[in-house]
Write a protein that binds this ligand. Structure first.
Ligand code: GLC
Length: 559
């Protein structure tokens, strides 16, 4: 759709049903960096439970927790060794149940991460596969293949790992000889399952039921576009500028294969057996909004992350186009649009939105990256961008720490880094550690209140003292206060279930629309623009006598 087509008409409410996930504000918890109750420097589930009141006061409807299941933590838990247990690093199953009950008691739903593309190499199945012979039932659960070359010494094809380096590793057979190769789209410690194998499908039905029976409200499905690989595993060379997850590329033999949709149709029916509108959200990096919408057709997943929106530059024409296209496309399949600006895989938007160079997803920002912005510009734009996002109809995701205005930690020392991307590219890509640093709770406490012992698995920048939650709590101009106001007004006015009507007559460089009786104006022009008539409900930065200054979003209610 072109911008002008999308622009010329009002966009109707997009919510045919009243299920909670159509409109929810969902807060992503990255457990290892949220709050550390045990004092070992890694956040945990009791840490989450201890802060449930803070999350209720923030005004979010649901929490999505990144993985806390048993794992050797080679990819921060996205390498799962036992899908139905809690890693001791994060607590116990009883701690999980306590956290879930505490959240539900406060009216907050819980979404857990499900990692079906690959397991850890420490998973019992992979260990069995290593001991078993080529061609065995045990090997058939993963993607084992003979190598090419006279003695099978070359990998089966040329695929590259998302984290850099080859996507194949060779095993040593039980008799000590060099043997088959296995596929790992990510780290060598994350072998890919073979989803053409019914035994794998059955195992994941069991895992879904395990968590549904415990009362979870849904799943965020990791690498949802990757489970099925093109038959014959043809060679493929990625575009180096496309970002690690292949988001810009049209046809990739391991992303977005049509047969993957069958799996989600099956899961849709399984979830429908349960009460309470349980939901599936796809992490699928695809080249267009239209392709992502295939994941949320009525009998598939309920939501998909709108990464197209996340990747949109701070530019009015681009923003209008992606918003219009998203609402039109998702409502065309009866799904809500999701909106998201930050997560644990991308540069935090308080830094990203004012970078002067483009950073592909997964590369990160470090000491040597050019184009780093000053914090004042970054956080000003981030506040304006979030104020725009939370006014849109649909569901919105917030990543822990963005409510404090946290920037990316861009000066982490090399020896602190932990992302496998950093190691597999030999330091060529910084990776994602900079958005994963433990968040500050109290300015004057050890580790800024993240951990009573002062331990922190990644070092926190000293400047974060000024951003600690306790400093912001009673400051009406703080980013935390802004988020609280936005979320409270969004809920009170039912904006998630609302509609969007574009407003004309504003200067170029302004994004202006109406949702219900609220007029929303985001000023991306660089200059000041007039304030519309009515009462100001929220402004992302102070207004001036002349109106709305640059990089500011304002919500105005009709008098
Ligand atoms: C997803 C996760 C990311 C992880 C990868 C492999 O993209 O969000 O953190 O490294 O999958 O599981």
């Amino acid at each position: 759709m072109t911008l002008s087509e999308a622009d010329t008409r009002a966009q109707a409410p997009q919510t045919p049903g009243s299920e909670w996930w159509r409109t929810a504000a969902i807060y992503q918890i990255y457990p290892r960096s949220f709050a550390d109750h045990s004092g070992d420097g890694v956040g945990d589930l009791p840490g989450v439970t201890a802060h449930l009141d803070d999350l209720r006061d923030l005004g979010v409807d649901a929490l999505w927790l990144s993985p806390f299941q048993r794992s050797p933590q080679n990819d921060a838990g996205y390498d799962v060794a036992d899908y139905c247990d809690v890693d001791p690093l994060f607590g116990t199953l009883a701690d999980f149940d306590g956290m879930l009950a505490g959240a539900h008691a406060r009216g907050i739903r819980i979404i857990v991460d499900l990692v079906p593309n690959h397991s850890s190499d420490q998973h019992a199945w992979f260990q069995e596969a290593l001991r078993a012979a080529p061609g065995s039932r045990e090997r058939a659960r993963y993607m084992f293949r003979d190598g090419k070359g006279e003695n099978g010494e070359e990998p089966p094809n040329n695929w590259e790992s998302v984290f850099g380096g080859p996507a194949w590793s060779r095993v040593t057979e039980a008799d000590g000889t060099p043997g088959q190769w296995y596929l790992h789209l990510f780290d060598a410690s994350q072998p890919d399952f073979d989803w053409s194998n019914e035994e794998v499908r059955e195992e994941f039905r069991r895992i879904l039921r395990f968590w549904l029976d415990r009362g979870v409200d849904g799943f965020r499905v990791d690498v949802a576009h990757g489970l099925v690989k093109q038959a014959g595993l043809p060679d493929y060379t990625p575009d180096p500028d496309a970002g690690s997850m292949g988001g810009d590329e049209a046809s990739v033999p391991y992303w977005g294969q049509p047969a993957v949709h069958e799996i989600y149709r099956d899961w849709h029916m399984l979830l429908a057996e349960y009460d309470g509108d349980r939901a599936l959200c796809a992490e699928a990096w695809l080249p267009s909004v239209a392709q992502t919408a295939l994941w949320v057709r009525p009998d598939e997943m309920h939501q998909a992350f709108n990464f197209e929106y996340l990747e949109t530059p701070w530019d009015a024409a681009h923003l209008r186009a992606v918003i219009a296209e998203s609402i039109a496309t998702y409502s065309g399949v009866g799904a809500p649009t999701t909106w998201v600006l930050s997560n644990h895989d991308v540069v935090r938007h308080a830094t990203r939105l004012s970078m002067t160079v483009e950073v592909p997803q997964g590369y990160g920002v470090g000491p040597q990256t050019p184009g780093k912005p000053d914090y004042a510009t970054g956080v000003r734009r981030a506040r304006a961008a979030t104020s725009l996002m939370l006014a849109l109809p649909g569901s919105a995701y917030i990543y822990q720490g963005e409510e404090l205005g946290l920037p990316e930690a861009t000066e982490l020392p090399d020896d602190a880094r932990q992302d496998p991307t950093w190691f597999r590219t030999h330091g060529e890509r910084y990776g994602r550690d900079g958005c994963r640093v433990p968040i500050p709770w109290r300015a004057d406490a050890p580790a800024f209140g993240f951990s009573e012992t002062g331990a922190s698995w990644l070092p926190q920048p000293d400047q974060w003292a000024a951003l600690a939650r306790d400093v912001q709590t009673n400051d009406p101009d703080s980013t935390l206060s802004l988020y609280r106001s936005l979320l409270a007004e969004r809920r009170a006015r039912g904006l998630g279930a609302g509609g969007l009507e574009w407003l004309e007559g504003y200067p170029d460089g302004v994004v202006a629309f109406r949702n219900g009786d609220l007029t929303v104006v985001a000023n991306v022009t660089g200059g000041t623009v007039p304030l519309p008539a009515g009462s100001v409900v929220v402004a992302s930065s102070p207004l001036t006598d002349d109106g709305i200054p640059a990089d500011t979003t304002v919500w105005v209610a009709a008098d």
